[in-house]
Design a protein around this ligand. Structure first.
Ligand code: PLP
Length: 376
């Protein structure tokens, strides 16, 4: 059996929608499909305002501009995250202050945030790893006390909740990814969530190259020009048309993924007796959007051996982030604090195949390979 790590899932409607976009004769951004996907996300998740972008990376860069981050700012975020979380703020010249992960999840440890705050701190960026919510009430209390902006990197967190609050709707700003590795996709693609109305007008301008073109198209001004900084962050209608088909199928996709995730968990649960930390530990305030199924190996050697064993059986598994505080670029700028949990997740986390078209039989095959590895 050969099982890849990821397979893109399409519904068949994507090409139909793209043909409609072509027939509409409008392929640049902000056409009918763009407005449709934005509206769907806003109403489904109670997000004040969304704007489709070419990637989550772009959406995060917009967040950094909107939050007013500059070279005099400090931004706190986990070290165990994707490079775009940090790059967006590093591009504004900010100092990145890395906080360690929790022992039980790769998410940031909210109990370690407050000691990192200085008069220069402007933003806390939370990243909901594997679509699993961070401890948002703690983060919100600290942000409120110190007057900080919360940005949610919700790249992996579509259709997931903190208690009953949808992820992406909690911070003043947030960002989703529709990269082909995510639950719903558009190849590349992303979305900024603007929950604080004060940012809405400027967000539109920044996304349109620093111009008030959106206002012009709505007939609110009689010409448009350069009014602020910005870039070309808006995605084309082709991306939006593709994404609309995926959003229409979101519930079906989620049902499939959750069934697979639960099957993984039930099949591997007996191994918790051998290693109580092997399986993901979902905090009671977080829902599971089945973005990912990961294991926590004992150490790097065990993970390397397990990956090798899986590969020999035709199963592609993969590790994830390399702690940013030890990266080539930011390592020398880091303030030397040890972040042992971040390092642990860097060395020990292993991701197993997860995609909507994975079969229960394939999950059985993967789980018996993992079980044999530990019981050998
Ligand atoms: C946590 C996190 N943030 C940001 C990104 C960037 O997303 P995109 O590829 O849409 O720019 C990713 C991508 O995998 C991610 O995992």
């Amino acid at each position: 059996m050969k099982i890849p790590f990821n397979k893109t899932y399409t519904t068949g409607q994507e090409i139909v929608n793209i043909s409609k976009a072509i027939a509409n004769g409008k392929l640049a951004g902000d056409g009918d499909f763009t407005f449709a996907v934005q509206k769907m996300m806003e109403s489904r998740y109670g997000i004040e305002k969304t704007l489709l972008t070419t990637s989550c990376t772009d959406a995060l860069e917009m967040c950094a501009i909107l939050a007013g981050v500059d070279s005099d700012s400090e931004v706190i975020m986990p070290s165990y995250t994707f490079v775009s979380t940090a790059n967006a703020f590093a591009l504004r010249g900010a100092k990145i202050v890395f906080v360690d992960s929790e022992e039980n999840t790769p998410n940031l440890d909210a109990d370690k945030l407050e000691e990192l705050i200085t008069p220069k701190t402007k933003v806390i960026v939370v990243m909901h790893y594997a679509g699993m919510a961070c401890d948002m009430e703690k983060v919100e209390a600290i942000a409120k006390k110190h007057n900080l902006v919360i940005v949610e990197d919700a790249a992996q967190a579509i259709d997931s909740y903190y208690k009953d609050r949808p992820l992406g709707s909690i911070g003043q700003l947030g960002a989703f990814s529709f990269h082909e590795t995510k639950n719903i996709i558009s190849g590349e693609g992303g979305m900024i969530c603007i929950n604080d109305v004060n940012y809405q007008k400027r967000a539109e301008i920044i996304r349109e190259k620093g111009t008030n073109r959106s206002q012009f198209f709505r007939g609110e001004v009689d010409k448009y020009g350069w009014v602020d900084i910005g870039s070309s962050f808006l995605a084309s209608e082709i991306i939006a048309a593709f994404l609309k088909a995926q959003l229409d199928a979101l519930s079906t996709i989620q049902e499939k993924r959750i069934a697979l995730w639960n099957h993984y968990f039930a099949s591997l649960e007996p191994l918790s007796q051998v290693n109580p930390n092997l399986l993901p530990k979902l905090p009671n305030y977080a829902t599971n959007n089945a973005h990912m199924f990961y294991l926590q190996c004992k150490d790097l050697d065990e993970r390397t051996e397990l990956m090798k064993t899986l590969a020999e059986k035709g199963i592609k598994s993969t590790f994830h982030y390399l702690s940013l505080h030890k990266s080539v670029y930011y390592g020398p700028k880091h303030d030397n604090r040890d972040l042992p949990q971040s390092d642990k997740w860097t060395d020990c986390l292993l991701r197993l195949p997860m995609y909507a078209d994975l079969t229960l039989e394939e999950v059985d095959y993967i789980c018996s390979t993992v079980t044999n590895f530990y019981n050998a």
